[in-house]
Design a protein around this ligand. Structure first.
Ligand code: DGL
Length: 262
């Protein structure tokens, strides 16, 4: 029997686990290597040049070491910059994560959509182009958050994160009033779905939160081809580039479909 394919999922930190969770659900037959580049976290605070110079060679080393069948860049801040560089440098298939502006604008009834991402993501030329091409008559508000990814990371690591700090990052997404108020918010950073319950509770009015993780998982599954048999051999591994000792294995099990990541 052939051995299970390895899928490598890459992010600046723990946010990409929200994408991994959907991929594991779609493809329980695969091996997973999750890489958190926490030595360079948060990507949202680095320049475009710094991110390209960091991510392209690092992903090259990871591809050489783990020989994945496919790599997912589960980070909007990186994907909106590095995908063409990665595809021209390495022959393995890549799937990126970019702001889900098209489906959000297609489904908004009030035609008021906000895109909540890192400051890097909302300032990218790539994101502006998505709006030019896919706004479909919607007014799109870009909200660059300096702290929300770090707050999500901190909450997942078991620390107390107060409501006021989350509300301060979230408030600019809510614009207009009555029939003309925001009804759709794009979660354009993979860390934010980690806080979805709290975002929903702290929002001044109900909105649709658009998370592209399930669509990314479908794309990954399509590229991999028909699933093999779910195997006892399938493994999960998590790597932190800082090499810090971590005690999160048990807490992260649900993201790995119940496997304990080594
Ligand atoms: N998870 C990352 C994203 O999707 C970014 C967090 C960061 O490193 O600033 O954009």
């Amino acid at each position: 029997m052939s051995s299970p394919p390895t899928i490598l999922v890459f992010d600046s930190g723990l946010g990409g686990l929200t994408v991994l969770r959907e991929i594991v659900h779609a493809r329980p037959d695969a091996n997973y290597v999750y890489v958190a580049d926490d030595a360079f976290f948060p990507y949202g605070h680095h320049s475009e040049e710094q991110i390209i110079a960091r991510v392209v060679p690092l992903v090259g080393e990871l591809v050489a070491r783990h020989a994945p069948a496919l790599v997912v860049i589960a980070c909007n801040t990186a994907s909106t910059l590095v995908m063409s560089h990665l595809r021209s440098a390495y022959s393995v298939p890549f799937v990126g994560t970019v702001p889900a502006i098209k489906p959000a604008c297609a489904s908004s009834k009030t035609k008021r959509v906000s895109v909540l991402g890192t400051k890097g993501t909302v300032n990218r030329e790539y994101t502006r182009r998505l709006i030019d091409d896919f706004a479909q008559g919607c007014e799109v508000t870009l909200v660059g958050s300096a702290e929300l990814a770090s707050l999500a990371e901190s909450a997942l690591s078991g620390n107390d994160v107060c409501d006021e700090d989350i509300t301060a990052e979230l408030a600019p997404c809510f614009v207009g009033s009555g029939e003309n108020r925001t009804d759709t918010v794009v979660l354009a950073c993979t860390h934010y779905p980690l806080l979805l319950d709290r975002l929903t509770r702290l929002a001044p009015w109900p909105v649709d939160w658009i998370d592209p993780a399930a669509a990314i998982a479908r794309r990954v599954s399509e590229l991999l081809g028909s699933p093999g048999r779910e195997s006892d051999e399938a493994r999960a591994k998590i790597i932190f580039t800082s090499r810090r000792p971590h005690t999160l294995s048990q807490a992260l099990m649900p993201f790995f479909g119940g496997r304990v990541p080594a």
